[in-house]
Design a protein around this ligand. Structure first.
Ligand code: S3P
Length: 453
């Protein structure tokens, strides 16, 4: 099998130069939420009928999920945005993607290896789907994906009856999946993970008997919100969720709200850059995603959220942020899953705060797109900040960061955190490896330029 190629955006420059400080002002929107976009595409592929999805995230990760369902035989096309189609999304007329699902049995054996690129959500969610399909498929990804733990999804799927193999006994990608009959069962996750939870729920939809998933702390719950809207039977249980097998899913019409994890970089940027006053509109305000607002408010930041509507079971609205002095804080325990993707941005806020900010119970950061404990520590040190890296977290002593030469380490969130830090610092800085932002936010530099004038 040869890998199916997906051409990512190549027009991004290899490095970004910034001169600061430049205040962030005015109003902006960010791309559609990445987690919801993956789910909307993958669930629409399983639905019986045509789904319409507006404002899907435009980064390479979600392009990989789209290419994967196409490789599995699902027809996907970009819509013309006819008036009838636009009306469904109210005022949010914009790009629409049309997915023609043929039900679970509509998926067919892919001719080639499916390449998930840098996208952990694609490879883990697809593993859960393909575990229940009676054909052979192989999932792979880039050098970062090749290092990320897959045993956490492979082991419980094997217990349900799936035949999955991979490097290191199935702990690492590429994964080879020969799907088939699955048994529903209870799973107790050792680590809170929405990717693993979702993979098991997707397998559970195809199993005989109910499947239950409990986790030590609540991770993002977009799956639990979206699947019932498509007709699946999900029920909250203590510490988790139970899903019943589903013969079919109904198609959806959904305008994806903006990504709070993308908004977090601009919100932090506004909090640390004198003269800033910014509003990010049409953002998903799901409580499992906006822990960073609580953290910034604890630090004394002028940040507010206003819920304006509900869409696809998700609260949606605005986040306002303005510059002000910040105090150190602690992030630990059950709060960690609610801020896991925002820790690079919050670490930048900590670098500008008075006192020592501590992040604990966050060993998961070591197995993200990069080892984010190591890469955050390295990049903040480049800015002249004292950082201690611990096995499960960081201690960041705030000060007066200066600009410099920064690196993305191939990680989109490290690249964007470096850019907002550099934007707040005096003088010129460079972020090397800038193309990493293509995973989630190819237009980040243009959006930063538009709010900094
Ligand atoms: C995601 C879950 C989280 C998060 C990732 C997206 C999702 O990963 O870090 O960026 O969409 O389900 P884990 O499930 O590994 O915690």
């Amino acid at each position: 099998m040869t890998a199916l190629g997906v051409s990512g955006p190549t027009e991004l420059p290899p490095e970004l130069s910034l001169t600061g400080p430049r205040p962030l002002r005015g109003s902006m929107r960010v791309p559609g939420d990445k987690s919801i976009s993956h789910r909307a595409l993958l669930f629409a592929a399983l639905a019986s009928g045509t789904s319409r999805l507006w404002w899907l995230a435009d980064g390479d990760d979600v392009v990989r999920s789209r290419a994967a369902i196409e490789a599995l035989g699902v027809k996907v096309r970009d819509g013309a945005g006819s008036p009838g189609e636009a009306a469904v999304a109210g005022e949010r007329v914009g790009p629409v993607v049309i997915v023609r699902g043929g039900g679970f049995d509509g998926l067919s054996e892919p001719e080639a290896v499916i390449d998930c690129g840098n996208s952990g959500t694609s490879i883990r969610l697809l593993t859960g789907i393909l575990a229940g399909r009676a054909f052979h498929s192989v999932l792979t990804g880039d050098s970062s994906i090749a290092r990320r733990p897959m045993g956490r999804v492979v082991d419980p799927l094997r217990l349900m009856g799936a035949r999955i193999d991979g490097r290191d006994g199935g702990r690492l990608a590429p994964l080879s999946i020969r799907g088939g009959d699955l048994r529903g069962m209870g799973h107790e996750l050792p680590v809170a993970s929405a990717q693993v939870k979702t993979a098991l729920l997707l397998a559970g939809l195809q199993a005989s008997g109910a499947t239950e998933v409990t986790e030590p702390a609540l991770s993002r719950d977009h799956t639990e919100r979206l699947l019932p809207a498509m007709g699946a039977t999900l029920e909250a249980i203590p510490g988790g969720v139970r899903v019943e097998p589903a013969g079919a899913l109904a198609p959806i019409e959904l305008a994806i709200p903006g990504d709070p994890s993308a908004a977090a970089f601009f919100v932090v940027g506004a909090c640390i850059t004198p003269g800033s006053d910014l509003v990010v509109t049409d953002v998903c305000l799901n409580p499992t995603r906006i822990g960073f607002v609580d953290v910034l408010q604890r630090m004394g930041a002028a940040v507010e959220v206003v819920v304006k509507e509900e869409r696809g079971g998700e609260p949606v609205g605005e986040i306002r942020a303005a510059y002000g002095p910040l105090q150190a804080t602690t992030m630990a325990g059950d709060e960690i899953p609610r801020v896991i993707d925002e820790i690079p941005a919050l670490a930048v806020a900590a670098a500008f705060a008075a006192g020592a900010t501590e992040v604990a119970d966050a060993a998961e950061l070591r197995v993200k797109e990069s080892d984010r404990i190591g890469t955050v520590a390295q990049e903040l040190s480049q800015l002249g900040i004292a950082v201690e890296a611990k096995p499960d977290g960081l201690v960041i002593t705030g000060g007066a960061p200066h600009g410099g030469l920064l690196k993305s380490h191939g990680d989109h969130r490290i690249a964007m955190a470096a850019a907002i830090a550099a934007n707040a610092c005096e003088g010129e800085s460079t972020v090397r490896g800038w193309r990493a932002v293509a995973s989630s936010y190819p237009g980040f530099a243009a959006d930063l330029a538009s709010v900094t004038g």
